[in-house]
Write a protein that binds this ligand. Structure first.
Ligand code: NAP
Length: 250
């Protein structure tokens, strides 16, 4: 079994997930499993991070892949201390579709149900499935930590305020994030009597493929709050939703 803490970051082959994995390995000395649905992309990312990073094939929508990943963690590393549920999609990724032109497929008044299901499959059911599969390992850890990547764009409080100019975007993607916040809270409540703490982190509007690189924050800035929550001590919170500036309205 590894002496060092082991962290799994889903969707860590690029974007905020890659930066979270890099910071956990390089800045904090954890052994980091770079979850990636393409093993090749994961291996490339792990190689770039360097010592302490290992690729792990993991498609969060594929039960067989999730089960194999949990088994590989147990046999190859023997422990899991931190799970960062980072993998996410903003739309179903049909050819030629761009974040800026989501309009009809994002609004729930017109979004094809297959698109709604695809986004929820990754952003909501994927989080539940991966967390369930990793819980036996996290229970064995001295201080298990789970961090879900949330979004202030999914805040019901902020979006129910008519003066919020961004609320026109409150559609399929944001609604899936609202659901993921609820999922995080449900896990936190269910695990309250254990050593496992579960929190959600909003990275802010970060420049990644998810928003066609329209974000205004750097990857380093976007990774800060998820990394902080991944490393909280025994006095740290559970069942919270925050960004770098503090609590975010649910
Ligand atoms: P990104 O650069 O597009 O990265 C998304 C990652 O998720 C990629 O590694 C992608 O893998 C992976 N992924 C997608 N579907 C997957 C699946 N079924 N199984 C495993 N991995 C899968 O986006 P990002 O901005 O870094 O997003 C990371 C997280 O931050 C998401 O949960 C997102 O909702 C959240 N977030 C982002 C922002 C922002 O402004 N960027 C704001 C708030 C919250 P492939 O390379 O294989 O596609």
């Amino acid at each position: 079994m590894q002496d060092k803490q082991v962290a799994l970051v889903t969707g860590a082959n690029k974007g905020i997930g890659l930066e979270i994995a890099r910071q956990l390995a390089q800045d904090h000395g954890l052994t980091v499993l770079v979850g990636s649905r393409s093993l090749e992309h994961g291996e490339e990312a792990a190689k770039n991070i360097g010592a302490g990073a290992h690729a792990l094939q993991l498609d969060v929508t594929d039960g067989t892949s999730i089960k194999a990943a949990a088994e590989r963690i147990r046999t190859a590393f023997g422990r899991l201390d931190v799970l960062v549920n980072n993998a996410g999609i903003s739309h179903a990724g049909r050819p030629g579709r761009k974040f800026e032109n989501l309009g009809d497929v994002n609004s729930l008044t017109t979004a094809p149900l297959d698109d709604v299901r695809a986004v929820f499959e990754t952003n909501v059911f994927g989080v539940i499935a991966v967390t369930q599969a990793m819980l036996p390992l996290l229970h064995e850890a001295p201080a298990g930590r789970i961090v879900n990547l949330g979004s202030s764009g999914g805040s019901l409080t902020l979006n129910s305020n008519p003066s919020n100019p961004h609320r026109a975007m409150f559609g399929n993607y944001s609604v899936s994030k609202s659901a993921s916040h609820a999922v995080m809270l449900a896990f936190a409540i269910a695990l309250e009597s254990t050593n496992i703490k579960v929190n959600a982190a909003c990275p802010g509007f970060t420049k990644t493929a998810l928003n066609n690189f329209n974000g205004t924050r750097t990857l380093e800035e976007g990774a800060r709050e998820p990394v902080r929550l991944a490393l909280i001590g025994p006095d740290g919170p559970t069942g919270t939703f925050s960004d770098e500036d503090g609590p975010v309205a649910w």
